[in-house]
Design a protein around this ligand. Sequence first.
Ligand SMILES: Cc1ncc(COP(=O)(O)O)c(C=O)c1O
Length: 431
Amino acid sequence: MKLEEVQATEARLLLTTYERSPILFAGGEGVFIIDEAGNRYLDLLSGIGVNALGYNHPAIVETIARQSRALIHTSNLYYHEGQAELAMRLTERTGLDRVFFANTGTEAWEGALKLARAYAGLKRSEGANIGTKFLALEQSFHGRTFGSMSTTFKEKYREPFAPVMPGVEFVRFNDVADLRAKFSSEVCAILVEAIQGEGGVRLLTQEFFAEARALANSTGALLIVDEIQAGMGRTGKWCAYQHYGIKPGAPTDSSSSVGWKPDVTTLAKPLAGGLPLGAVLCTEDVARVIHAGMHGSTFGGGPLACAAGVAVIDTIEKEGLLGHVTEVGNYFQDRLRWLATRHATITDVRGKGLMIAAELDSADLAKLTVGEMLKRRILINCTSDTVLRFLPPYILERAHVDTAIAALDEIFTEHAVAHSAAPPAGGQHHG
Ligand SMILES: Cc1ncc(COP(=O)(O)O)c(C=O)c1O
C-alpha cells in the first residue's frame, strides 16, 4: 500500500486516537529510520524512548530470529528459561529482589498499584495503621489504563472517562511542604517518576526524593518509582533513581531515610529492543504479599520478548553504552546551551544522559519546530506544550547531535527573521 491508501484505510477503519505525521516508514538502520521512498530520518525520539539500540541492531535481529524459530509463546502455565535469565539481570542492576513481567508500561504500573494496595492490606493485618490512598505528582504520566490514568495528572487524560479510580491526590512537583501536608497514615504509596517524561523532562530534587523516602518509611507506605521512560540506561544509569545515591545491589535499611532504593519500580519501553515487555520489580518484603493466582498475564514475559530483553542488557554492557549515553548526552546538553545563548526563545535546557529537553517560550514555536525538523528529516517531539524532547537511541554520536543543532539553529534564525519582518500585532499602520 502507498501512504495515501494507508491513510484512507486507517481513516475509515481505526479509532482516531492518533494524529500521525504523513510518513510511511518501512525500515531502519542505526539511528536512522527510513521511509518507503528510501529517505533516511535522523531519529532523536526512538519510538518514544523504545529503540535504545537503534534500528536493525544485529544482536536484536539475530536473537529474535533465533528465538522465534525455537519458541515464541508458552503461557505462564509452564517454564521457559527467558524469565529467569532476564530476572537475574534486572534484579542485579536495579537492586530489587523480585520481578513480575507484563507487556507494556501501563500494565507494569497497574501491577505496581496492585502491589501497594495488597501490601497495605497485609500490613493492616499485621497491626499497622495504614490506609489505601495514593499520592502522585502534578505533571505525572503513568499510562492510559484505569489505575494508571487515575494516577496521571493531566485532566484531559482522565476527564472523558470519569469517574476515575478514587483515592488519588496530587502533590505539587518538588514541593516538600505540600508533600508533608498531604502525607498521612492514610497513604499506602507515594508515586513518582525520578525524571518526569511526558511532564516535560523534569528532575526530582534530592530533597524531595529524600523526604518521600523518609515519609514512606515512617508509616510503612511504599515509595514507587516509575522508570518506564527514564530507566534501562536512558539516563546513563540503569535506573534514574540511581543518580540519587543508591548503588545496585546495596542493602537498604528500611528504618533509615538514606535508603534510596524504592520499594517498587517499573520498567518497559526499551526493555525488549522494540518488542512489548514491561516489568514490575519489588523488594523481598513487598513480594511476600503475592500468592499464586493474585495477578497474571497471558502474554507477559513470553520467550521472544524475554530473549530480546536479555540481548538488550548484554549489548548495552558489551558496547559500553551507559558511559556513552552520559558522554553524548552531556555534549548534547552543552550544544543546546550554546544554542540558547544565540536564541532567547530557549528558556531552559535540562535532562540526564539521553533524556533531554529544551524548553521554549512559545507553544506555537515549539509545534512549528517539530514540523520544521521533520521537513529536514529529523524526528523530535514536543511535550507539555513548550518542551522539545529528545530521546535518541543510545548509539547516537556527536556528529548526529551537530546535525540536529545546526537544524535547530537554522529554524530559530529563520523564525526570528520572519518574526521581526512581520507587521506588529494588530497590523495598524500609522502616518
Ligand atoms: C513514565 C511513564 N509511565 C508509563 C507509561 C505508559 O507506558 P505504555 O505506553 O507502554 O503503556 C509511559 C509512556 O509514555 C511513561 O512515560
